[in-house]
Design a protein around this ligand. Sequence first.
Ligand code: CU1
Length: 178
Amino acid sequence: MATRSSIASGALLLLCCATWVSATDYSVGDSSGWGLNVDYTTWISGKSFFVGDNLVFKYTASQHNVEKVNAAAFNTCSSSSPISSDNSGETKINLDTSGKHYFICGISNHCIQGMKLEVDVAESSSTSPSPPSSSTTNTTTPPSGTTTNNNKSGAGSLSPVHATVAFMGLVVLKLGVF
Ligand code: CU1
């Protein structure tokens, strides 16, 4: 296909525009903060995280800490070799990459007791999940047919911004052809 690079540049343009959204600070656990007896699975449900957002862990410095760990350490609650660790009492984590981010409390057996947080960070605030490579998000992502020419916007998922970006992508595509 000759238009492949054109589509790519269109997608790039879309990415540029779509990431132009202000970041959000999330206070982990809300008023409960980072501590024992808080259900972080419940806290995180319904929230969407995007690259650039921040997590703010608030806790009593002498009782807890925040350790960023990999998936294996998260699953086993191992704090032997965290990616990073902080016990200042207020730890701000910038979610600078897409994909899964894992956090645990490394004090005592707090992680096993529930002080663990798994955050799935999306590339941008675009609600259509179509990351190029990482297929960490499950289901409902059509891999190929996401072209920009759907005229019927009945589903309600096509916001004005998307429509504009799609149009711009189409323009780039046209320019690429000639
Ligand atoms: Cu703790």
